[in-house]
Design a protein around this ligand. Structure first.
Ligand code: F6P
Ligand code: MN
Length: 339
């Protein structure tokens, strides 16, 4: 029989080397994974369970909620709130942080999550996912909003689960990135993608071209360079992909390189970009950088941003290192042409 490493074995072995590891983190991750297996089942059964379509409500961002946005949010809250490992949670689907019910002990981790990323794709049977970010907090206290507002660089773990042709978990605890595939027969995530690395160079970009007229000049310039192909100054042809599920676009980049841009959108100055810093950009940036890539707003590293609010939005440019460096350089030259 071939040697298969389960997620639990992998995490326990990784934690063993750490002096202050108590096993709590492994248990927390197990609870998250249990929730994601339940979500995988619901997403996979889809119309058979009657879970597709709109819920007829809006979330704090003013986006129409799908039935599955609400169901998946509730699955995660229920899987984590009793455990004693979590001090508080924040979700894309609720305005304020979620408190742990009084009857349960409060633990030393904060979990921030997007329960169903790319949910506009759910009714057309494309890949969607769950994104999560884990921070430490003071044990036993009820965290306030302020306690959540920490830089992405402080994350102790970030991951996402893809509900695609296979259900996969991509995970980092700050020691590289590993991918696990759910074996549906035995209900376990098995290590299948060891130490994922993003190629530094790429000929593939991902952006929603329909927003072109709202982009800032450096982003326009970059995309024009790519579109000019081998006859332009880059001297090579570029390909474009846009799944419109962040989880799927990031997974592609982890596998074969590429650059993802959701830049600042000049349509609405109150919304600098579309993606949310704390439960989309931060965890994805932690993963991308742990795999050798880079992540930036174009002007500052994503992981250095001091959050002002839980649902804050940010421009997001990430992926293959050399390409992101080039885009940062275009921003710098635009902001300070004299340098
Ligand atoms: O969560 C937001 C999201 O659905 C991401 O998964 C995705 O990258 C992006 O929005 C797609 O945005 P748009 O519909 O503007 O292309
Ligand atoms: Mn999302």
């Amino acid at each position: 029989m071939s040697e298969q490493v389960t997620l639990t074995q992998f995490i326990i072995e990784q934690q063993r080397g750490l002096p202050d590891a108590s096993g709590t983190f492994t248990l927390l991750l197990n609870n998250i994974v249990t929730a994601c297996k339940q979500i995988s089942h619901r997403v996979n059964r889809g119309a058979l369970l009657g879970v597709l379509g709109s819920a007829g409500t809006e979330n704090v961002q003013g986006e129409v909620q799908k039935k599955l946005d609400i169901i998946t949010h509730e699955i995660i809250v229920k899987a984590l709130n009793w455990s004693g490992h979590v001090g508080g949670m924040a979700s894309e689907e609720t305005d304020d942080p979620i408190k742990i019910p009084k009857k349960y002990p409060k633990g030393k981790y904060l979990v921030l999550f997007d329960p169903l990323d790319g949910s506009s794709n759910i009714d057309i049977n494309l890949t969607v996912g769950t994104i999560f970010s884990i921070l430490r907090c003071r044990e036993g206290v009820d965290p306030e909003t302020e306690d959540f507002l920490r830089r992405g660089a402080e994350q102790v773990c970030a991951g996402f689960v893809l509900y695609g042709p296979s259900t996969m978990l991509i995970l980092t605890t700050g020691k590289g990135v590993n991918g696990f595939t759910l074996d549906q027969d035995i209900g376990e995530f098995i290590l299948t993608h060891c130490n994922m690395r993003i190629p530094e160079e790429t000929e593939e970009f991902a952006i929603n071209m329909s927003n072109q007229r709202y982009w800032e000049p450096p982003v326009r310039e970059y995309i024009e360079e790519c579109l000019a192909g081998e006859t332009g100054q880059r001297g090579k042809n570029f390909n474009m992909r846009w799944v419109a599920s962040l989880v799927a676009d990031v997974y592609r980049i982890l596998n074969r390189g590429g650059v993802f841009l959701y830049p600042a959108d000049l349509r609405n100055p109150d919304k600098p970009g579309k993606l949310r810093l704390m439960y989309e950009a931060n965890p994805m940036s932690f993963i991308i950088e742990q795999a050798g890539g880079l992540s930036s707003t174009g002007r500052e590293p994503i992981l250095d941003i001091k959050p002002q609010s839980i649902h804050q939005r940010t421009p997001l440019i990430m992926g293959s290192k050399r390409e992101v460096e080039r885009i940062i350089d275009l921003h710098r030259r635009f902001d300070r042409p004299e340098v």
